[in-house]
Ligand binder design. Structure first.
Ligand code: DAH
Length: 340
């Protein structure tokens, strides 16, 4: 019996030494201490021993059982901790390695300038309005004193939709919407995207931005208009700029003006943006036509006003010296990152 116990002790100890995984340890436990394990089986034979041998054998068995049990636990703990070590080692990373740089986007130059303009105008008491990009003929033309078949419609090549609506060709429709919503005095701007059915080149795009302005009150005159335009340009360019005012025709204003800015790209010398003239048309404007006031249910006998349609995209070109309007929609990150 004693010999057999020694054999089992040695075998169990060899099996545990050879166990390289937790599964191996478990297999060894089942093999020796499990219900049908070799040690368990042998202990069952204890009862058949002569009575005088039982106590000694019992002692030896208990010691064997405890020893094997302890050896299993120890082997298990060793394997578990080395498993954890190797998991940690596999997960380890080098804190000194340079990180992957996360690319931040930047605000588009048109949006940056729009925000600046909104600040300038709100500081002068204007509200900022929004209007739909898909407009009806009524708001885009009719209510602005451009009836059907009026030759002025040809000034704005239009994307017509099949249902008779259109992509707004200018931000002026928001003038009408403003008058429908608010009563005078009105001071409002409406920046936004506009669309023209145009062949594109360095200074023409089919999609660009304008910023409409509208002021209506009692006794508004051309003097108020000129003052507001000069203030605006000085604020946005942060210096005095040269301007000139020419008579201009727009059906929704009378009188109407073209306010030109001395080209800031070539300093008036002539380039492709100003078409070699040294001047850029930047700010068409005028006194709101009585018919337009009437469209907005405002009495032209009592109120007058001025309006302007700032070429926002063109202003951005002047502000940053961009000589090709197509850059804005090209989606070229090298261009956009310059404004970060
Ligand atoms: N809506 C005109 C255009 O896009 C620009 C314009 C001219 C707007 C004169 C105005 C204005 O408010 O008074 O061609």
């Amino acid at each position: 019996m004693e010999k057999r116990i020694e054999e089992l002790r040695a075998a169990a100890s060899r099996a545990l030494d050879a166990a390289s995984t937790l599964d191996d340890v478990e297999n060894a436990r089942v093999r020796y201490l499990g219900k049908n394990g070799e040690i368990t089986q042998l202990m069952k034979g204890l009862k058949d021993l002569p009575a005088e041998e039982k106590p000694k054998a019992g002692q030896l068995f208990n010691r064997l059982k405890n020893e094997v049990d302890a050896a299993i636990k120890e082997r298990k703990a060793t394997l578990e901790s080395s498993q954890l070590d190797s998991a940690l080692a596999a997960d380890a990373f080098d804190v000194t390695e340079p990180g992957v740089r996360v690319g931040f986007g930047s605000v588009h130059p048109i949006e940056q300038t729009r925000r600046r303009l909104e600040d300038i105008f709100t500081s002068m008491g204007f509200m900022v309005l929004d209007g739909p990009e898909i407009e009806s003929d009524y708001y885009n033309f009719e209510a602005l004193n451009i009836p059907a078949h009026h030759p002025a419609r040809d000034m704005q090549d239009t994307f017509w939709l099949e249902d008779g609506d259109l992509l707004r060709t200018h931000t002026s429709p928001v003038q009408i919407r403003a008058m429908e919503t608010y009563r005078p005095p009105i001071r409002a701007i409406a920046p936004g995207r506009v669309f023209r059915y145009e062949v594109t080149d360095a200074s023409h795009e089919n999609t660009f931005h304008q910023l409409e302005g509208l002021v209506i009150d009692r006794d508004i005159s051309v003097a108020n208009l000129i003052f507001a335009m000069k203030t605006l340009l000085r604020e946005i360019f942060e210096r005095d700029v040269e301007i000139r005012l020419r008579p201009g025709y727009f059906p929704f204003v009378e009188p109407g003006f073209e306010l030109d800015l001395s080209c800031l790209i070539c300093d008036g010398g002539g380039c492709k943006v100003c078409k070699q003239s040294g001047w850029v048309e930047l700010l068409p404007c005028g006194m709101v036509h009585p018919n337009v006031l009437r469209s907005g249910k405002i009495d032209p006998e009592e109120y007058s006003g001025f309006a302007f349609g700032l070429g926002l995209t063109r202003l951005v070109m002047m502000r940053y010296g961009i000589d090709d309007i197509r850059q804005f929609l090209a989606g070229d990150l090298r261009f956009l990152r310059q404004f970060a």
